[in-house]
Design a binder for this molecule. Sequence first.
Ligand code: FES
Length: 118
Amino acid sequence: MTHQVVVGLAGDPAPGERKLAFVDGRSIVLINVDGTIHAIDNSCPHSGASLASGQLEGCVLRCPAHGLRFDLRTGCVAGAGSLSLTKFSVHEADGKLVVSLDGQVTGPAGAQACPAAT
Ligand code: FES
């Protein structure tokens, strides 16, 4: 059974904005890129820095600590690299924004692997 948690209202954050949600001891960053909301764990897979204030360029989020760039669509390091964000499935239901905590798309417990650097 999937663990789904309401983290806000539908449409929040607005396009171009982001917000933090704290759920079951996790800090999750919600980022709206052109109307698509991405939900990621607020911990960089490189060394654990907060990603909430990372610079956003399109769908690429730059970690403020050491500058690794992650594609929010895949969770993978932009270009090449085997590190990946922990992403969560997110959807809207009944006017609310819902994150599926068991539905990690990528990351240590996820199923999708990022391509290794060549
Ligand atoms: S902690 Fe994010 S790049 Fe090092």
